[in-house]
Design a protein around this ligand. Structure first.
Ligand code: TPP
Ligand code: MG
Length: 321
């Protein structure tokens, strides 16, 4: 393992933060206090954290409708995210975007995106700008198995290839697009699709933080060296429904319980670092406690915050240069 103690602790903290954030939003959504649509990322933490581990603030990511994990892994403020999800003034977008439109350009988070397959072209734009301005920055496009079948994704991959863009396409294959199983909706092999565009591609176990990080590290290095795009196919699973309120009648009754018991990326991380003698259980437990306090505070502050004013509707409409 190439990560030092501080990096391992940071990785576990970020994965815990995502998990507890999502478990809490799940519980809070059920009370009816959270407006709009919410898609939860719990179960997929190793992807966001493993991929973003070697990125800096100048690097950018384009997210999806299931974006909370990507935001946290890219360093977005958790208070600002929670307030945004509650539609409050102190939210990262002034409470006017909500869960599916959280963005924080200061952190290189280009935005969650309600348009499936919308992230890949945006990441290519960011990568083209980085390449043209020679900033050395890398862009990442996260997308699901559903997004992988969109024309936008294929067009973006082609452009990334011919322009040798510093971009990484991360396919988070959680087995479903809404209720449609990827087993019968994704034709052929996504890795071979990418290779068809001349893009180096690899498939890794998306539950394994270390496997994801190793593949992502190689892809980031390739992009930074000016060697063009990469594609990662991560097989993973979501623990909640497609959206909050989804009855999940298309999944086996014990499917999620089995995944949580056998494939939980947090448990897998704990086991690996314990077996390798890298981190002690007490240090990991302490992180879980700190994260719980942080989430508690974020929910309390979000609930106490004001809603945007009607006049706020007219702000943030145009960008001034
Ligand atoms: C262009 C477009 N088509 C359809 C939808 C409706 N829709 C929202 S999420 C979703 C499924 C996306 O599945 P996937 O890409 O696998 O992501 P996951 O939800 O599994 O994370 C669909 C079809 C949409 N938002 N945008
Ligand atoms: Mg999916």
């Amino acid at each position: 393992m190439q990560l030092n103690r501080d990096e391992l602790l940071r990785a576990y903290r970020d994965m815990c933060l995502i998990r507890q954030f999502e478990e809490r939003v799940h519980a809070e959504f059920a009370t009816g206090d959270i407006p709009g649509f919410v898609h939860l990322y719990a179960g997929e933490e190793a992807s966001a954290v493993g991929v973003c581990m070697d990125l800096t603030e100048r690097d950018t990511i384009a997210s999806t409708h299931r974006g909370h994990g990507h935001c946290i892994a890219k360093g977005c403020d958790v208070d600002g995210m929670m307030a945004e999800i509650y539609g409050r003034k102190s939210g990262l977008c002034g409470g006017k975007g909500g869960s599916m439109h959280i963005a924080d350009l200061d952190r290189g988070m280009l935005g969650a995106n309600g348009i499936v397959g919308g992230g890949a072209p945006l990441a290519c734009g960011a990568a083209l700008s980085a390449k043209t301005l020679k900033t050395g920055a890398v862009a990442v496009a996260f997308g699901g198995d559903g997004a992988s079948n969109q024309g936008t994704t294929a067009e973006a991959m082609n452009l990334a290839s011919v322009w040798r863009l510093p971009v990484i396409f991360v396919l988070e294959d959680n087995g479903y697009a809404e209720s449609t199983a990827s087993a019968w909706s994704v034709g052929g092999d996504p890795v071979k699709r990418a290779e068809g565009f001349g893009i180096p591609a690899t498939r890794v176990d998306g539950h394994d933080f270390f496997a994801v990080h190793e593949a992502a590290r190689e892809a980031v290095a390739r992009a930074r060296a000016g060697e063009g795009p990469s594609f990662l196919h991560l097989k993973l699973a979501r623990y909640f429904g497609h959206f909050e309120g989804d009855g999940m009648t298309y999944r086996a009754p014990d499917e999620v319980a089995r995944l949580r018991a056998e494939k939980d990326c947090l448990k897998l991380f704990r086991r690996k670092v314990s077996e390798a003698g890298l981190l002690e259980g007490a240090a990991l437990d302490a992180i879980e406690g700190e994260v719980a306090t942080l989430i508690e505070g974020a929910v309390r502050r979000a609930k106490a915050d004001a809603m945007p004013e009607p006049a706020d509707l007219l702000t943030d409409v145009y960008v001034s240069y």
